[in-house]
Design a protein. Structure first.
Length: 519
């Protein structure tokens, strides 16, 4: 199994569970990570001064970034030294598994050879590489949980329903079943995307009048990003939703309907008792009739196992034990891993957002909700932008390399101040260049003017700009030619040598001839 990076949301969930008084194992199970990983993140948080009695307010974005910085495993192949030691004995382990030896016995034999690895690592190695654990198993009936504790969720296909136009679409049902009372809620939907799933969850909590503390979902793609029998990877969006509503996620194993038998039996009942033989107008009609059916038909029947009416048992023993309904609607976030392009921007939901220029070419984690877009790199929050509609852009000047932010943001005022800093006439000439209906099209000419200052000095350019302004000639190429011609004239004068001695002029008559004699 390749190494999977623990996300920011999983780290926050682990620490949140730990601050609530949970142990390492329950916190790891709730976040979908290993116990060892949970232990490392908790230890890092304690090192940074997180107090278990201080509450969840300590879990800021900055703190989570520091925790992720402390816990940074270095495993190029995704496995540690224990796994590599097992690879050297892989053929013998395969033969032992084929002979029917258990993982415990295999561990004993390996320790005799001097190979001592954790039992969990050995079990995973036998399962993934040696073919262990694939035999048929017996089914064990599990007792019902206490009232108001668990709710199982699954998708089931209903059939074709009009979508409000001339065509029909396949409609699915997101079914919620209370494990103790068997009271259920059905949410028909055309889509199985995460937004539709969360919409169904919100409708279910309103129907039940509260939130169940534990939700057991099927390994659906909208919730489970990577299915695994031991540690499934829950979608960050759904995990955030669970955090906001205060329930824990106990995902069923892939292709294991026995992990959610209460809702699994309900799917067939919904398909044949509610949908079969009925005609619906559109999606709104089937949702309205599904809620009525859950209350008046499914809720009022005598359940074969409990021998009670589900709605009556729910209202009498479960409803008062549920968590309170959320006060505000959930702002569904969108998580992505965009790449920082060479223009120092990432694309999130068809809009562009700047990232620090030193991250160019790397991938960051982006979280977008209705108001903000947050960019994370290796667990650290690096930039926050206001949410922009598709086709627009949000650029932070600090993200651009030094010297490029003026041109990139079309900051004409800063460009004028830069020119005026070299001289009054240079500033006036730059302002004249930019005095057009489309001033940003003349920014390159101002940059050319600043380049002449750098090449020839401010004094020469100031004199040329003053002369050009007097003649009302606004052309940066003219300034360049004036300076070059002035330089050529100075060079020509410097090349003409002056005589060493000045020879006085000679006249036919002397100076005394021109004296005026008084009368």
């Amino acid at each position: 199994m390749a190494f999977r990076e623990v996300t920011v949301v999983q780290v926050r969930e682990t620490l949140r569970r730990w601050l609530q008084g949970k142990g390492e194992r329950p916190a790891a199970r709730a976040a979908g990570i290993s116990r060892g990983a949970a232990r490392r993140y908790i230890a890092a948080a304690e090192t940074l001064g997180v107090d278990r009695a201080g509450g969840e307010a300590q879990l800021t974005d900055e703190l989570i970034g520091q925790v992720c910085e402390l816990v940074r495993p270095s495993r190029p192949d995704g496995h540690g030294a224990s796994w590599r030691s097992l690879l050297d004995n892989e053929e013998d382990i395969k033969q032992w598994v084929k002979d029917g030896l258990t993982a415990v016995k295999i561990g004993v034999l390996l320790r005799r050879r001097g190979v001592d690895v954790p039992d969990r690592t050995l079990s995973r190695f036998c399962l993934e590489r040696c073919g262990a654990g694939r035999r048929s198993r017996t089914t064990v009936r599990v007792d019902d949980p206490p009232p108001g504790t668990e709710c199982q969720v699954d998708f089931g296909r209903l059939g074709l329903v009009p979508d409000g136009t001339d065509r029909q679409r396949v409609c699915h049902a997101l079914v919620f079943t209370a494990c103790w009372s068997r009271h259920q809620f059905v949410w028909p939907t055309f889509s199985q995307a995460i937004s539709s799933v969360l919409e169904g969850f919100e409708a279910a909590w309103r129907f039940f009048g509260g939130v169940f503390p534990v939700v057991i979902p099927d390994s659906m793609k909208a919730i489970i990003e990577t299915a695994d029998n031991v540690a499934p990877h829950v979608n960050d969006t759904f995990m955030e939703y669970a955090q906001s509503r205060g329930f824990a996620i106990d995902a069923a194993r892939i292709r294991t309907p026995t992990d959610k038998p209460r809702v699994e039996r309900t799917i067939h009942y919904v398909q044949h008792n509610f949908f079969a033989g009925e005609t619906f107008v559109d999606l709104a009609d089937i949702r309205r009739r599904a809620e009525i059916w859950c209350t008046e038909t499914a809720g009022m029947r005598i359940h074969g196992t409990t021998c009670c009416r589900p709605i009556e048992a729910f209202r009498a023993s479960e409803q008062s034990l549920l968590r309170p309904l959320p006060a505000e609607p959930f702002d569904t976030p969108h998580w992505a891993e965009p790449k920082v392009h060479r223009d120092f921007h990432v694309e999130v939901l068809r809009a562009l957002y700047s990232a620090p220029h030193h991250l160019r070419g790397l991938r960051v984690r982006a979280r977008a909700d209705s108001t903000q877009v947050k960019l994370f790199y290796r667990g650290e929050l690096v930039r926050v932008h206001p949410r922009k509609p598709p086709g627009q852009r949000s650029t932070n000047r600090d993200d651009l390399p030094t010297g490029t932010e003026v041109y990139a943001t079309r900051d004409l005022d800063t460009l004028r101040r830069q020119a005026a800093g070299h001289g009054e006439s240079i500033g006036a000439y730059a302002a004249a260049l930019l005095d057009t209906p489309l001033p940003w099209t003349k920014m390159r000419q101002v940059y050319r003017l600043l380049g002449l200052v750098k090449k020839w000095g401010a004094a020469r350019v100031e004199l040329a700009c003053a002369s050009a302004l007097d003649a009302e000639a606004v052309d940066v190429n003219l300034i360049s030619r004036m300076i070059e011609r002035a330089k050529e004239t100075e060079a020509a004068k410097a090349e003409t040598p002056l005589p060493a001695n000045v020879v006085p002029g000679r006249f036919e008559r002397g100076p005394e001839e021109f004296k005026v004699v008084g009368r």
